[in-house]
Structures are given as C-alpha cells and as structure tokens.
Design a protein around this ligand. Structure first.
Ligand code: NAD
Length: 264
C-alpha cells in the first residue's frame, strides 16, 4: 500500500478538481495491465518467438519482408490478450470516469482492457490489437467481412493491399487526431494521473510535462520511480496499480459522499 499521507494529498487534489469542475486526465502504460498477466512486448517473445528481434515483428519493414510471420505473431499476442481479464486498476479507472464530468483516459496500451472494464472514452495513442487496417491506405478492415479472412495475412477488400493490425509500429507516426485530442486534454487538465508507464516513449511521455506546465497537479502510480517522477510528479503513490488505484478511488468516493451528506 502507498504511504497514507501521500494518498491523502492525492485525494485532496482530486477533491479540489471535482469541486472546481476541473478536468481529470489519466495516462496509462503497460504497468496498468501487469496484474492482468499481459506480458510486455519483450516478455512475450518466448518459445517460438524468442529469436526474433522487435524490428522483425513490429515494423513496416519487418512486415514487408515476412508478412505471414508478423501476422502470426500478432495472432499469438491477440490470443494472449483475449484470454486476459481487466483487473482492479482498469475497473477503478472506469469508476473514476463516472465521478468527473470532464474526464479523459489516454492509453499507450493496445490491449482493449480499459474498454472491457467499462471505460467509455479511451484515446488509444498506439492503436488497438483487435482492429485492422490495410497497409497501403489505412482503410479500416473488418475480418468478418473478408472472403480470405483465414489467410496470413488477408487482403483489403477496397485496394487489395495486405491487411495489418491497427497498431503503431516502431518508426511510425501516432494517429494525428488522437494525438491532438491527447495534447489538448493534457493542456486543460487540472489533475493528471499517470499509471504504469516508464515515461520514456515519446510523444506520450511529454503529456505529463505539458499538463504540469499548464498548471496541473500530477499524481503518479507505479511500484518504481519512472523517468517522469523527479521532474513532474507532485504526489508519487508507490505500489502496483491494482492495489493503489482502488484505494485512491474508494477514498475519493468516501470523501465525496461525506461532503454531499454534510451539504444535504
Ligand atoms: P513500459 O514497459 O516501458 O513500462 C512499464 C511501467 O509499468 C514501468 O514503469 C513499471 O515500473 C510499471 N509497472 C510494473 N508493474 C506495475 C504495476 N503492477 N502497476 C503499475 N505500474 C507497474 O511500458 P510503457 O511505458 O507503456 O511503454 C512501452 C510501450 O509498450 C508502449 O508503447 C505500449 O504501447 C507498449 N505495450 C503495450 C502493452 C499493452 O497493451 N498491455 C503491453 C506491453 C507494451
């Protein structure tokens, strides 16, 4: 469990945000899915996949040189993620969304677990492993409608290019509209909560800095200090997300309930 005095300060910042009708912005990374058993990209490279480099599996060049192998790798990862369940951290974030009218959840994860936990609006900076698009024109593709859905990979029904997962590979731009919305949310945040990210992958890692410069209070949840902790974080809640987030959310709900009762 995190230090209770720090937890209290974090709750206080969230209360102030709530009272002032401010905006709560959350940025999550791979750590939020840790207790769901989702391995990191590298941890997933076991057995059959142990000898491949990330550049072979998650770049445009890798796909072009061996489309079947990359397609099969994403099939394997998709199956792992599909069998996982959202954990208490995902659920606590879905609950927090119901408390704040101005709420934005930004994630670097591609695992869809926030949505499965009930989060309504999720800005996915790095895409979603359950979506597909074509390699040449980004046409969205639904596998259910494809005649050659079993192929590795199938072809786009519009332009016949290969179908690929709609995730951001190394060296690719982030989806510009999603990124714009994330930057604008960060600039307007009263509180930014960062959960389970090492803070080294840009541009996601610049969002907390941006929020801080615009006057937000920054709260971080992570078992270990990240690259962001010494520079932008006001309240560092040390511990696993699936323990700390429910504690934060229930302390906040309790305080808000008490305040409402005393005003009744
Ligand atoms: P990262 O692997 O670089 O860092 C993970 C962070 O989570 C670390 O700071 C670590 O201390 C922290 N952490 C570990 N256990 C935790 C826990 N129980 N609770 C809270 N935090 C915990 O991940 P990143 O910063 O998200 O960046 C890596 C990239 O890998 C991203 O681009 C992301 O898209 C991708 N990725 C996504 C998934 C997914 O979809 N679940 C999984 C792996 C990697």
């Amino acid at each position: 469990m995190p230090d209770l005095a720090i937890l209290d300060k974090a709750v206080e910042a969230l209360i102030q945000c709530h009272q002032a009708h401010g905006s709560l912005v959350v940025l999550t990374g791979a750590g939020v899915s840790k207790e769901s058993g989702i391995p990191t990209f590298r941890d997933a490279q076991t057995g059959l996949w142990a000898n491949y480099k990330a550049e072979d599996l998650a770049t445009r060049e890798g796909f072009l040189s061996n489309p079947a192998m990359v397609w099969n790798w994403y099939d394997f990862r998709r199956n792992t993620v599909w069998q996982a369940q959202p954990n208490l951290a995902h659920q606590a974030l879905a609950q927090l969304e119901t408390l704040f009218p101005a709420f934005t959840l930004i994630t670097q994860n591609i695992d869809n677990l926030h949505q499965r936990a009930g989060s309504q609006t999720v800005l996915e900076l790095h895409g979603n492993i359950f979506r597909y698009k074509c390699l040449d024109h980004n046409h969205p593709v639904s596998l259910d409608l494809l005649a050659d859905a079993e192929a590795s990979p199938p072809h786009c029904p519009v332009c016949n290019a290969w179908v690929r997962p709609d995730v951001v590979w190394f060296g690719e731009m982030l989806p510009p509209q999603v990124l714009d919305r994330a930057f604008s949310a960060a600039q307007q945040a009263s509180v930014m909560l960062i959960v389970g990210t090492s803070g080294v992958v840009h541009p996601a890692a610049s969002l907390p800095q941006l929020a801080k410069e615009a006057g937000a209070t920054v709260i971080e949840i992570n078992p270990e200090m990240s690259a962001l902790t010494p520079f932008v974080v006001d309240h560092f809640l040390q511990g696993p997300a699936a323990a700390v987030l429910p504690a934060l959310q229930s302390a906040l709900t309790l305080r808000l309930g008490t305040m409402e009762a005393s005003h009744a």
